[in-house]
Structure formats: C-alpha cells, structure tokens
Design a protein around this ligand. Structure first.
Ligand SMILES: N[C@@H](CCC(=O)N[C@@H](CS)C(=O)NCC(=O)O)C(=O)O
Length: 208
C-alpha cells in the first residue's frame, strides 16, 4: 500500500492530484503543518525537513515533489502521465517537472512576500523571466509539455491556481485561465479537491 502524507490546500495538492490521475489505491495521511506547535517532530522520520508531501510506497519513502512525480510515473507507467526514458518528450518532462519546484515556486514565493533580490544571486532568477517563460510555453501548447496532459500539469496547474487564486500574486491572464480551465476540469482534480476540502475541516486553517 502507498501512504500519502499531505496537508489540504498546500504544496502537496499537486501530488494528491497526480495520485488520483494514476488511479491507484493509496492511504491518505493528513499532516497538520499549520498547527500552533508546528509540525510534529515524529514526522521528521518520514520527511527530514518536516514538509509535505511525502510518500511511503511499501517501505520506500520518497520526498520532494519532483522526485515523487518521477517515481510515481515510472512505477505506474500504464497511466501514461510521463514520457518514459527513450521518448523524445522525456527531456521536456524532466525540464518542466524540475522547473516547477526549482524556479516557478521560489520565484512566486519571493514575489508574494515582496522580497527584493538580485536575480543573478539566486538560482531561480527573476519573477518576470519565470512569468515570460510560462506564458510562452502555455500559449504555444495546451499542456505544459505539449498536446498531452502529463504529471507536470498536476504540479504546474496546481501552483498557478494557488498563485492566482490563493496568494493573489500572479495575474489571471487569458493564457493562464485557459490552461487552468483545461486542467482543472479533469475528474481527478475534482476528486482531490473533494478530499482536501473534507480534510481541511480537521486541520488548522491557512493564514498569511
Ligand atoms: N521542497 C519541498 C517543499 C514542500 C513544501 O514547502 N511544503 C510546505 C507546504 S506548503 C510545508 O510542508 N511546510 C511546512 C513547514 O515548513 O513547516 C517539496 O517540493 O516537496
């Protein structure tokens, strides 16, 4: 059995969505990261930085969203959510799955916090460069790596949705709105949202 450690409406949402897309059985385990005393120390045995998400697949623990996405799409290839090694689209998949966490997420977080920094001093560069890259890619293709929905879209669309609608730190451009419309209409996203909504009643609410 696969255990999925998550917090509703957090950075674990994309992996939640991916698990629903894969259609595999899994046991959701809610971690209340926003509780007053902080994340319980016991959780460090699963995730060394006490962050969500994490998975435990029959004793194999995987942390970090990009790694979890690569692991799951390789172990469950029948869902067709990633081009596998040997496929010409593999390079785009790897580039974008890593970009989501190493460029998109920190650029957005720094922008949302109004942090002023020199773009060349940080590996993720500037918010404007990141936004221009996203806009170019999503205007050109219906999905992150081309014509087909992939695991990258579970990460990118959930992040863009969070950036626009929760953080309110990204503009809701027509390109982003159309992309979110294509991705979020998927039944797997709806199922993940339903579970997150139900689980949210039992955890400390989000605050900014
Ligand atoms: N590098 C991690 C980061 C995940 C992350 O930032 N998770 C946040 C959720 S929004 C978290 O668990 N925060 C709890 C905390 O820092 O106490 C990944 O990509 O999986």
């Amino acid at each position: 059995m696969l255990k999925f450690y998550f917090t509703p409406f957090s950075r674990s949402t994309g992996v939640h969505w991916l698990l629903e897309e894969l259609g595999i059985p899994y046991e959701p385990v809610v971690i209340d990261i926003r509780q007053p005393g902080g994340v319980p120390e016991s959780y460090r045995a699963i995730q060394p930085n006490k962050k969500v998400p994490a998975i435990d697949h029959d004793g194999t623990v995987v942390t970090e969203r990009a790694a979890i996405c690569q692991y799951l799409t390789e172990v469950f290839p029948q869902a067709g959510l990633a081009p596998l090694p040997g496929d010409a689209k593999r390079s785009a998949f790897l580039t974008w799955i890593v970009y989501c966490d190493s460029v998109f997420d920190p650029c957005l977080a720094a922008h949302a916090q109004n942090i002023d920094y020199r773009r060349s001093a940080f590996s993720f560069g500037s918010f404007d460069d990141m936004m221009a890259n996203l806009d170019k890619q999503l205007a050109r293709h219906p999905f992150a790596i081309g014509d087909t929905f992939s695991a990258v879209d579970t990460q990118l669309a959930s992040g863009i949705h969070f950036g626009i609608n929760i953080l309110k730190a990204m503009p809701a451009t027509p390109v982003f709105e159309a992309y979110l419309g294509r991705c979020m209409a998927r039944p797997a996203f709806q199922r993940a949202m339903e579970r997150e909504g139900a689980a949210a009643k039992d955890v400390t609410p989000m605050s900014f």
